[in-house]
Design a protein around this ligand. Structure first.
Ligand SMILES: [Zn+2]
Length: 214
């Protein structure tokens, strides 16, 4: 734990990240909400963007899982990283078993989101779960509010780019890539990520995420 985190923990909100009422345990959730997280089963996400690789998730984006993800992501409550990394580990274990030697490539935040949050929230969760290669970077993108579905898809398609020097070494190694994201909806971002990595010579057979939203 660095100094910033140590100071932050002193001022941690004492309430559960989900119900916002009961006192939180060390995980950031109260016992009842923690019991309301998805069980150990994993699910194949139903994605409308057919360019996305098959994507396995820990659960639906609802209930305590959705609340915990929001508090972690939008309010920077890093205390929740343990619970969320635990959930991410489940689909990753299933997918990783099929893809020996795979590396994890997290979907990067936009530069603006990273600045606001102060950290790369998906990469932070991946840290203890495998070999992480941060070889994607976000390109500046317009605010998606008010965009049509087709415009959103187009925005997602041009939202990511590779980090050339990192991607070259990875492509030469022939190791498969497992994309990692927090929430998937249509799969447009995963599709865009897979497309730029494949164009750079990589194999992207699968993706994992914590939650799937409708
Ligand atoms: Zn609670």
């Amino acid at each position: 734990m660095n100094l910033f985190e140590a100071v932050y923990e002193l001022f941690l909100p004492a309430a559960c990240a989900s119900c916002k009422e009961a006192p939180a345990a060390g995980s950031g959730l109260c016992e009842a909400c923690e019991a309301g997280l998805p069980d150990a089963a994993v699910h194949l996400a139903v994605l409308s963007d057919t360019g996305a690789p098959p994507t396995v998730v820990a659960g639906a984006y609802e209930g305590p899982l959705a609340e915990a993800l929001n508090e972690y992501k939008e309010r920077g409550r890093r205390q929740l990283a343990g619970v969320l990394a635990g959930l991410l580990a489940r689909p990753l274990e299933i997918v990783g078993a099929e893809l020996p030697g795979a590396v994890l490539v997290p979907i990067p935040p936009t530069r603006a989101a990273r600045r606001e949050r102060g950290f790369d929230h998906v990469a932070h969760l991946c840290a203890g779960l495998g070999e992480v290669r941060r070889c994607l970077r976000a390109r500046p993108r317009p605010d998606s509010v008010g965009l049509s579905r087709a415009q959103r898809r187009e925005a997602a398609r041009s939202s990511l780019d590779v980090v050339p020097r990192r991607v070259a070494a990875l492509a030469a190694s022939s190791r498969p890539v497992i994309l990692v994201d927090d929430i998937v909806t249509t799969g447009a971002t995963l599709s865009a990520a897979a497309a730029v990595l494949r164009r750079a010579g990589m194999s992207v057979p699968a993706a994992v995420a914590i939650a799937a939203a409708e």
